[in-house]
Write a new protein. Structure first.
Length: 294
């Protein structure tokens, strides 16, 4: 999650700091206070701006692009291709995808969020309830996925936890800020009472789980957070850490339109279940189920 200081937020919003503090005091702008300082999540500011956009009477809200944004996932990528839904994919991370979805730029967002505090099981639901401009959105279950440490074949460094990564100075590939896997890494570090600075992180961040696998195979990294399916496809080792919810956010009206209906119905098919089993690390028993509706 990218956090802006008061000065950075005022420049980003093109407001004077005095006006920004006024909005903060009114509870009108998304922010959080940490050790006495106000911080502003950039993704939340983007959603706030999109929600506040004024349109002249009669000007229709533009149709979103036929793209499923958000998190990358091998099973979703395959389903979009094989279902014939006619939808493209834009994998750039859960928070970035949800921000684009809230701004009505894309038709759906794939998310797997993780909470620093509290149960991860409810993190996606909490985002839908709290996020601005999501009052007409629903959350559809796609799969539960097994996330963990992708490591070299045979786990040569004997890694079993984030504590091991820190203790053994293993080179850790990261995902970009706001990606679900990066949120999971930060949550695991927080629970272990460790800071990100305790890890020997590899730059630049890897855009997808597949890129983390490639970094490990190329010898640029020793480990990284990704799914079991990514490790299996790359012939790498895998240390399971958590099962997580991987869901699709979409507007109610779009849910009933052909492209997303085709995708949701395909997610309930035997072919989809067979593919999930082949990839490994998926539970698709609730695929297509409505998990949240306003």
């Amino acid at each position: 999650m990218e956090l802006l200081t008061t000065d950075e937020a005022s420049q980003y919003l093109r407001l004077k700091e005095r006006k920004l503090y006024e909005l903060v005091s009114q509870g009108a702008v998304p922010c959080t206070k940490v050790t006495g300082r106000w911080l502003f999540p950039k993704a939340e500011l983007d959603r706030w701006l999109a929600q506040s956009l004024a349109r002249p009477d009669g000007l229709a809200v533009p149709e979103p692009m036929p793209i499923v944004g958000g998190s990358h996932d091998p099973l979703l990528e395959w389903a979009l291709r094989e279902s014939g839904a006619g939808l493209a994919t834009l994998p750039e991370g859960s928070e970035a995808g949800l921000a684009r979805f809230a701004a009505r730029e894309i038709v759906a967002a794939a998310i797997h969020l993780h909470a620093i505090e509290g149960p991860d099981e409810d993190a996606n639901l909490a985002a839908m309830r709290a996020g601005p401009n999501l009052d007409d959105a629903v959350l559809i279950g796609f799969a539960r996925r097994e996330q963990g440490l992708v490591v070299g074949a045979g786990n040569p460094h004997g890694l079993a936890s984030v504590e091991d990564i820190a203790r053994r100075r293993a080179r850790c590939a990261q995902r970009p800020k706001g990606a679900g896997a990066q949120l999971l890494l930060l949550a695991l570090l927080h629970r272990a009472k460790l800071g990100l600075d305790r890890l020997a992180c590899v730059d630049p961040p890897c855009p997808t789980g597949n890129d983390i696998a490639q970094a490990i195979r190329a010898g640029r990294a020793d480990c990284g957070i990704a799914t079991r399916s990514v490790a299996n496809a790359a012939g790498l080792g895998f240390v399971p850490l958590v099962w997580e919810r991987f869901d699709l956010a979409m507007r109610q009206r779009d849910y009933f339109r052909r492209p997303l209906q085709v995708l949701v119905e395909f997610a309930r098919s035997p072919a989809f279940a067979q593919r999930a089993s082949e990839l490994g690390g998926y539970d698709v028993g609730e695929a297509g189920r409505v998990r949240f509706a306003p």
